[in-house]
Write a new protein. Structure first.
Lengths: 125, 287
């Protein structure tokens, strides 16, 4: 029986990073939606209602943390799991992410197996 | 008269004797009754004892029968114990064999898992190289290429301190063409004939590793992690210098070295292409 497909929103201004994440997630039953900054991420989350969001932190227009706070403040998106993708793996930065409402985090360079395991864990796929 | 008296005495005597005899008989009778009553009591007690003995005899018979049954049961149990011991020994051997098979299966599973991880790691390495190659060859625009190089170093290598240097017209200096996380003024121009960056440019060999005391380092090279020379048709045109790695990335790994090779091969051509494209556009605009 085919596994139900899940929708994953990638929010990152780096085309390299998005391309990499797409290549990793192609291995699973996921439909990918991409947003190039936090503002577009919020808009696409409201429009597409993804099952999971991978959120970069440093982006133009609206940062990842701001986008997460915005999403957590809206009834339509407050329960969507968000995995923070960051180059900063230090405790303080991660702590800020959790305070804003992210569920988990991965660091760049992305470990594909780890990312896939976390996505599978949140989506039950 | 005397005879009459004698007769009377005699009668009196006989009567007395009779009375005594009667009394004696009565007493005897009474004694015999009492004895009879005692004997009846004894008889009843004996009968009771006899019944008890019968019960004991019956119980004894039952016990004898029970004992025989128990002996037979004991024999059966002993046989069963022997059989069970044999079965236990057989089961023990089978358990040991199954345990060995399980251990073998676990080891095989572990090997498969390790193989799977290795394959996945190789897949990821290939994906990294593919993404880097795709990004380098996806544009002829200089700014876009510089952005791609920064993203490759940041997202695939794991450093947010890097610079792309180009060889100046006279070949004596290296000029900073693009950077990420560096003090641009400090690194604006570096000597092309000395220091680790200059050495990588001159030798055409990628420099990888921590700085050692006595290294020929130029100013600003304290935190250099790697330096990739960019060469087109044996002519050095620049370098990519990578300084400190991200804090959670402890060291350069094999995949990073492969990325450096790819950058050396493709970034140089891509950079050269952007120059040609810029020249072509300039000519086109002039025309």
């Amino acid at each position: 029986m085919a596994m139900p497909r899940k929708k994953v929103l990638l929010v990152d201004d780096s085309r390299t990073s998005v391309f990499m994440e797409e290549m990793i997630l192609k291995k699973g039953p996921y439909d990918i939606v991409v947003a190039a900054d936090g503002q577009e991420g919020v808009e696409k989350a409201l429009a597409e209602r993804p099952d999971l969001i991978l959120m970069d932190m440093v982006m133009p227009r609206m940062t990842g943390l701001e986008a997460v706070r915005e999403l957590r403040g809206r009834a339509e998106t407050k329960d969507i799991p968000i995995i923070m993708v960051t180059t900063r793996g230090e405790g303080d930065n991660v702590e800020k992410g959790f305070e804003s409402g992210v569920n988990d985090y991965v660091t760049k360079p992305i470990d594909g197996l780890l990312l896939l395991a976390k996505v599978r864990d949140y989506l039950g796929t | 008269m005397k005879r009459g008296r004698d007769q009377a005495d005699y009668v009196q005597k006989v009567r007395g004797d009779s009375q005594r005899l009667t009394q004696s008989l009565l007493n005897e009778n009474e004694r015999l009754r009492a004895r009879l009553a005692g004997l009846e009591t004894d008889n009843a007690a004996l009968a009771e004892k006899a019944r008890s003995v019968d019960a004991l005899v019956a119980a004894n018979e039952t016990l004898r029968a029970g004992e025989a049954t128990l002996r037979a049961e004991k024999l059966r149990f002993e046989e069963a114990v022997v059989q069970l011991r044999e079965e236990f020994a057989t089961a023990g051997r089978r358990y040991a064999a199954l345990e060995q098979r399980l251990k073998d299966a676990e080891e095989e599973s572990h090997r498969f898992s390790q193989d799977y991880l290795n394959v996945e790691q190789q897949n990821q390495n290939l994906a990294n190289l593919y993404v880097a190659s795709y990004r380098l060859n996806g544009t002829v625009d200089r700014d876009e290429l510089m952005l791609a190089l920064q993203e490759i170093v940041a997202n695939l290598v794991g450093s947010e301190e890097m610079g792309v240097f180009e060889v100046s017209e006279n070949g004596k200096t290296l000029s900073l063409a693009a950077s990420l996380g560096l003090d641009a003024e400090r690194y604006r121009e570096l000597p092309a004939d000395r220091g680790l960056i200059g050495q990588a440019l001159r030798s055409g060999q990628t420099y990888v590793g921590g700085l050692q005391p006595g290294d020929d380092r130029a100013e600003g090279e304290e935190n250099l992690t790697a330096c990739i020379p960019l060469i087109v048709e044996e002519r050095p045109i620049g370098v990519i210098a990578i300084f400190r790695l991200l804090s959670h990335k402890p060291q350069i790994e094999d995949i990073d070295r492969e990325l450096f090779e790819l950058l050396a091969a493709q970034a140089s051509v891509a950079l050269y292409c952007t120059r040609l494209h810029a020249l072509h556009r300039a000519k086109a605009l002039r025309a």
